[in-house]
Design a protein around this ligand. Structure first.
Ligand code: FAD
Ligand code: MLT
Ligand code: ZN
Length: 475
């Protein structure tokens, strides 16, 4: 059980009473779920590694309803766990004890789209893939893409400041999110839902909520800048003999593909073995220690293909890359992307997954995988490395037959100390959630953590919003 494994104590919040249920029923008829069977998937995270015991799930449709719910919960001292698509990977999206789950699943309406500016305004519960499909019909795309696109909500993406597969090209949500509407713990609605590219009137408050993991407010609507749909997309899937050659290929790639480069991802041979054996995908190139996935997105098919071909000729001739395949049609592009995107899923079939999401100077990225492999020896089933190399983001994952406290002790704090030694980040894009909040000091000085705790206390004085998550308790 979550609380036993992590040794946390329930804070003195109220318990949900019959009169609370009557109040919620009256406010959102049909949006109140108490059936234990129906609640089960909302109490357990995507990785099935943490589990809460909430007895109440609320599904509001409007900002006004979220506001009323939070005003009431704040007065009654009831703890609340905001939840989007529940695809989070750090245990932030599910309750630890009996917090009320506040789901954005029914807040799924597009509010407006401006095809001149490319600004989309929508409710927080819109599923990322649905938004992308909606935009594609209008010749635009979302500026972010991730393997969980079919389930994750845009509100959840913003709350975690999700990175993903397009960050290299379109930048982080801190740049593309133009405005937010947020309901604070006391129920007041903070309207920062502007669609302006430029606005230097005072502090940029929306930034406080981007990446705040449901601890400072509930995001109810998002205004986001969307790029035009690229007219030409090409993919190259390449085999590489060493990590240093991956780096050299990256440098060459940036020079030769420049403005059309939209993704530079890598995976090691062990990842390939997992997607092949567990998901029955096939490796399109010869066995190699490493694989690179390069995507280009541009506006001129002939021009882009010519550039990509020149680049490929260069890296093949110099021996940086030993084998490869290229895709220009949609179907093959999706098949090749699946090899990289579905590693997360393949890992879950391999056993219990210890998941790390690290930012490092790019030349150090794979050393952590090697050192961890050496350290753990045969006590781990697989130690694999993959990730967003173009962003300096490594996903180090370790699998074992089942959860083992001894193995966890061998991994942590080793991985965090290693990361801190090179001034990396112990969470590049997944957040801290429940599992990593005690390790924040490996990446942030104490005075910054203290200031974060002060912001939390100011915005949520009773601490009802996602307690036990993101920050270590101020005591
Ligand atoms: P949830 O999991 O429901 O919640 C995540 C956190 O946000 C929780 O702390 C929750 O309380 C809070 N939250 C959710 N909605 C709101 C809201 N409206 N207001 C306030 N707080 C809220 N992440 C990446 O960064 N890059 C990737 O490439 C990536 N790939 C993934 C691939 C797979 C297969 C999976 C399973 C996950 C992946 N993730 C990735 C992690 C995850 O998908 C992202 O963190 C995603 O953004 C979470 O969105 P969600 O709607 O599922 O949020
Ligand atoms: C990814 O890049 O595939 C995601 O962040 C998920 C993961 O780390 O497994
Ligand atoms: Zn990732």
């Amino acid at each position: 059980l979550t609380s036993e494994r992590y040794g946390v104590q329930r804070l003195p919040f109220s318990h949900v009473s019959d009169s609370d249920l009557a109040f919620f029923e009256h406010m959102i008829p049909g949006g109140v779920i108490t059936d234990p069977e129906e609640l089960k998937p909302f109490n357990v995270d995507w990785l099935q590694s943490v589990r809460g015991s909430s007895k109440l799930l609320l599904r509001p449709r409007t900002t006004a309803q979220v506001s009323e719910i939070l005003r009431y919960c704040n007065e009654r001292n009831l703890a609340v766990n905001p939840q989007g698509g529940n695809t989070g990977l750090v245990g932030g999206s599910v309750p630890v004890f009996d917090e009320i789950i506040l789901s954005t699943a029914l807040m799924n309406q597009v509010i407006s789209f401006d095809s001149v500016s490319g600004v989309l305004v929508c409710q927080a519960g819109c599923i990322l893939e649905n938004l992308n499909q909606y935009l594609e019909e209008l010749d635009f795309i979302m500026p972010l893409d991730l393997g969980a696109k079919g389930s994750c909500h845009i509100g959840g993406n913003v709350a975690t400041n999700a990175g993903g597969l397009r960050l290299l090209r379109y930048g982080s949500l801190r740049g593309t999110v133009l405005g937010l509407e947020v309901v604070l713990a006391n129920g007041s609605v903070l309207n920062c839902l502007t669609s302006l590219r430029k606005d230097n009137t005072g502090y940029d408050l929306k930034q406080l909520f981007i990446g705040s993991e449901g601890t400072l407010g509930v995001i109810t609507a998002v205004s986001i800048l969307c790029p035009r749909k690229p007219m030409a997309v090409n993919l190259a899937f390449l085999g590489c003999q060493s990590f240093s050659q991956i780096l050299e290929t990256f440098t060459t790639c940036k020079g030769m593909l420049g403005e059309i480069l939209s993704a530079y991802e890598f995976m090691d041979d062990r990842c390939m073995k997992l997607v092949v054996s567990h998901l029955k995908l096939s490796n399109p190139v010869t066995e190699s220690p490493f694989f690179i996935l390069i995507e280009t997105s541009g506006s001129n098919t002939t021009h882009d293909q010519e550039k990509l071909n020149n680049f490929l000729e260069c890296v093949m001739a110099s021996g940086l890359v030993t084998d490869g395949t290229v895709a220009t049609d949609d179907k093959k592009i999706k098949t090749l992307w699946a090899l990289r995107e579905r590693i997360t899923e393949a890992l879950t079939y391999d056993g219990y997954v210890f998941k790390y999401d690290i930012s490092l100077p790019v030349e150090k990225l794979y050393d952590l995988v090697i050192d961890t492999r050496v350290r753990l020896g045969r006590s781990a089933k697989n130690v694999v490395g993959y990730g967003h190399l173009g962003d300096g983001n490594l996903h180090l994952n370790i699998t074992a037959e089942s959860y083992s406290h001894t193995l966890l002790d061998a991994i942590e704090p080793f991985v965090y100390e290693w990361t801190a030694k090179y001034r990396g980040s112990i969470s590049a894009e997944h957040g801290l959630g429940f599992k990593k909040k005690h390790y924040i000091q490996y990446s942030k000085p104490w005075e910054t953590v203290l200031l974060m705790q002060q912001f939390k206390a100011m915005l949520d004085p009773k601490g009802i919003l996602n307690p036990y998550k993101t920050l270590p308790s101020s005591s």
